[in-house]
Design a protein around this ligand. Structure first.
Ligand SMILES: C[S@@+](CC[C@H](N)C(=O)[O-])C[C@H]1O[C@@H](n2cnc3c(N)ncnc32)[C@H](O)[C@@H]1O
Length: 312
């Protein structure tokens, strides 16, 4: 089968929104090639393996690639995608060069394309993320290992927003907690919450591809007795009050449901949000405070922010 590789040269800020647009159009996989990857200092004492080829990365900006079947609807789909991406500027998202290109590829090429960038990586004090197809020997006895195959869902666990959510969960999840994971993607945060001692985790995503991926990863990590996955919009599927709500979604989306999150979080409970580009930090903080939360901590990594907010 022939596939079309759609590629957009853009900015770090726009990666998540463009990936979402591609996913919603039915893209079977998104690959992110970030020019800064080549410059990052790599630490290897935790068993990570890095072997990057400069030819795989742009010289500046970020390239987001997606794969769609090369069907007769491709031309119309591409036009719609270009429009949807350009519309992101209306949300103050900087698209940079916004250069769009299309090439035809064979199935074997895209199915494994993203796997070359994905290796075991120590994410936080306790968590190491290991792709399901790699061997890994724990370095410490108290290391928590999340085995992941994100497939076509967002959430290799290595995106700065995911890393900060994992670090925040490590700080706030207590034994016996009820945790809600809004926009679970690959299920990575739900698995982490279960491993940290949560008694019950309600994972949900709008995207059926993510729901399937999260279910598979949750089973693979043997936490299916604790974490259940639902298909739904934001907090619509949640009943009862939670000790922790975590949401790694775009800032614009977070700001639409801070009031609902406030009523779902128990007094004394916590709302962890990320997916927030630095430029939107103050807007999200303001929305959280207006809904009644107090800001406990703001984490920052690269251009991204995560906020730990407390319901007094
Ligand atoms: C940035 S990914 C986060 C994935 C994972 N939680 C992580 O931290 O790596 C955001 C996820 O939110 C989902 N999403 C976007 N809008 C949503 C909505 N309105 N309701 C539920 N899920 C949504 C997307 O499908 C995507 O899987």
């Amino acid at each position: 089968m022939k596939w079309a590789e759609l590629s957009v040269l853009t900015t770090n800020e726009a990666v998540e929104a463009i990936s979402n647009i591609f996913h919603e159009a039915g893209a079977s996989g998104v690959v992110i090639e970030d020019s800064t990857e080549m410059e990052k200092e790599r630490v290897d004492q935790f068993g990570e393996i890095y072997d990057l080829d400069p030819n795989d990365f742009p010289t500046s900006g970020v390239v987001v690639k997606a794969y769609l079947p090369a069907s007769s609807f491709l031309v119309e789909t591409v036009e719609e995608l270009k429009l949807a991406i350009t519309n992101l500027e209306n949300f103050d998202i900087n698209l940079g060069d916004n250069l769009f290109s299309i090439t035809e590829v064979n199935e074997e090429d895209w199915a494994t394309a993203w796997k070359q960038y994905y290796h075991p990586v120590k994410i936080s004090e306790r968590f190491t993320i290991v792709p399901t197809w790699e061997e890994y020997t724990p370095v410490n006895t108290d290391e928590l290992i999340i085995e992941l195959d994100p497939g076509m869902a967002f959430g290799t666990g290595t995106h700065p927003t995911t890393v900060m959510c994992l670090q925040a969960l490590e700080k706030v999840v207590k034994q016996g907690d009820f945790v809600v994971d809004v926009g679970t993607g690959s299920g990575v945060l739900s698995i982490a919450a279960a491993m940290l001692g949560a008694k019950k985790v309600h994972a949900l995503d709008l995207d059926p591809v993510a729901v399937k991926s999260a279910k598979e990863n949750i089973e693979h990590n043997k936490v299916q007795q604790i974490a259940e996955v639902y298909q739904g919009n934001l907090l619509d599927t949640v009943t009862g009050q939670a000790d922790v709500v975590v949401a790694n979604i775009l800032a614009e989306v977070i700001m639409t449901f801070t009031d609902d999150a406030f009523s779902i979080v128990k007094p004394g409970g916590v709302f962890v949000t990320s997916g927030i580009i630095n430029a939107k930090k103050e807007d999200v903080k303001q929305a959280l405070v207006e809904s009644g939360f107090t800001i406990k901590e703001v984490l920052m990594m690269e251009d991204w922010v995560a906020i730990i907010a407390l319901r007094p």
